[in-house]
Write a protein that binds this ligand. Structure first.
Ligand SMILES: C[S@@+](CC[C@H](N)C(=O)[O-])C[C@H]1O[C@@H](n2cnc3c(N)ncnc32)[C@H](O)[C@@H]1O
Ligand SMILES: [Zn+2]
Length: 370
């Protein structure tokens, strides 16, 4: 028996977790499920109507009922075997299935028939792009949408042509904050999918963990509100020689680095607004003991709590400073965070954010070099 939160599963795990499992269950994705429960609890409260349209084993659905006090869960998976396993899971756990609606059909079709959901969780294999439009529709006003993406290599720049085709944006593998660029591209895509239907889709919490990104969005209604949100789309220009970076609009993008005259690289269009709603982050932190969290989730949450206080676009890493700025006597991460009044970032174990402008950071680095 595997235990996740309050749920017991009797699933035999294969050596390698893959989409070819008869019914999919990935223990590493406990972080994804933990976070979805917590964010819904913090944002909606108890009594939420939750839709789990790619439910697989159903562990998320059942946890929403047993741990997050959902009033109704709409479970679906196109794989009929998954639905059967979910019913068995409910039995094994002696849970009350009367608050669950069961479906086994294509998620896009089902989502188009639903309405009034407080939360919809889009969690497919790979990219979520094909489910975005239908996923946004059943979320009620001021409700929540959760989007997972496991095509992080595409979003982060390993396959730039695929990223441009799938998301309509150029990634930036050359930057030390390439994962952050990836998540900002994913956010842009979801925001645009909402805007075209006159919905304002606003990111309020996100993270990157192992092989997945997860972003939670608030849905508001109205063309004017959607236009406001679209103002947060833009570009990042970046110098791979001196690490200079700048948020830019298309019309104001610099071709050459204002510091070292190197040719600038760019990423985008992407989300240049905040990644976290600080009030929500505080609330999530307050409520963290209400859910049985994995150690990894707790670690992630702790880091994001700090990181959300310094919401810069992009961050630095020790290795980029060492290699590109030729610093041989690198200080520790702790020291450089002290010197720059920075914070750590959950995106990288050796990364830090600082509100110092780049010229001041370069001066500080020159001092370190001595
Ligand atoms: C990554 S798994 C979901 C994991 C699950 N949400 C969890 O937390 O354990 C993706 C699931 O989507 C299902 N699926 C794939 N295509 C689908 C579709 N078009 N409609 C509904 N379900 C689909 C698969 O059968 C699989 O169980
Ligand atoms: Zn430069």
């Amino acid at each position: 028996m595997i235990r996740e939160g309050k749920v017991f599963l009797d699933i035999k795990l294969p050596q390698v977790i893959s989409s070819r499992m008869p019914v999919f269950y990935n223990p590493d994705m406990v972080v994804n499920r933990d976070m979805s429960l917590l964010i819904v609890l913090a944002f909606v409260g108890e009594g939420a109507v939750v839709c789990d349209p790619m439910g697989a084993s159903g562990v998320r659905s059942l946890r929403f009922l047993l741990e997050a006090g959902a009033s109704k869960v709409i479970y679906n998976d196109i794989n009929l075997k998954a639905l059967e396993e979910f019913k068995r899971l409910i039995e094994i756990n002696g849970a009350d299935g009367s608050k669950i609606e069961f479906y086994s059909e294509d998620a896009s079709l089902l989502l188009r028939k639903l309405k009034g959901c407080d939360y919809v969780d889009i969690d497919p294999f790979g990219s979520p792009v094909t489910f975005l439009e239908s996923g946004i529709l059943p979320v009620k006003r001021s409700g929540l949408l959760g989007v997972s993406a496991t095509d992080t290599a595409v979003l982060s720049g390993t396959y730039p042509l695929t990223c441009i085709r799938r998301y309509g944006s150029k990634p930036l593998l050359e930057a030390e904050f390439y994962h952050e660029v990836g998540i900002r591209i994913l956010i842009k895509k979801v925001v645009e999918e909402g805007a075209k239907m006159d919905f304002a889709i606003i990111p309020i919490f996100c993270y990157s963990h192992k092989h997945h990104f997860k972003v939670f969005f608030k849905k508001e209604l109205g063309a004017r509100r959607a236009d406001e949100v679209l103002k947060n789309l833009g570009y990042i220009t970046y110098c791979s020689n001196c690490l200079y970076r700048e948020v830019a609009r298309l019309e104001s993008m610099k071709e050459f680095c204002p510091i070292c005259t190197n040719k600038m690289l760019y990423a985008g269009p992407l989300w240049i607004g905040k990644l976290w709603d600080e009030k929500l982050v505080d609330k999530v932190w307050e409520l963290k003991d209400r859910i049985i969290l994995s150690q990894n989730s707790l670690k992630l949450l702790k880091r994001i709590k700090e990181e959300a206080k310094k919401q810069t676009v992009g961050f630095y890493t020790l290795s980029a400073i060492g290699e590109r700025l030729k610093v041989s006597n690198l200080p520790t991460l702790k020291k450089i965070i002290f010197l720059t009044d920075g914070t750590r970032t959950h995106f990288s174990g050796e990364g830090f954010r600082t509100l110092l402008n780049h010229r001041d950071l370069l001066k500080l680095v020159e001092n370190i070099k001595g």
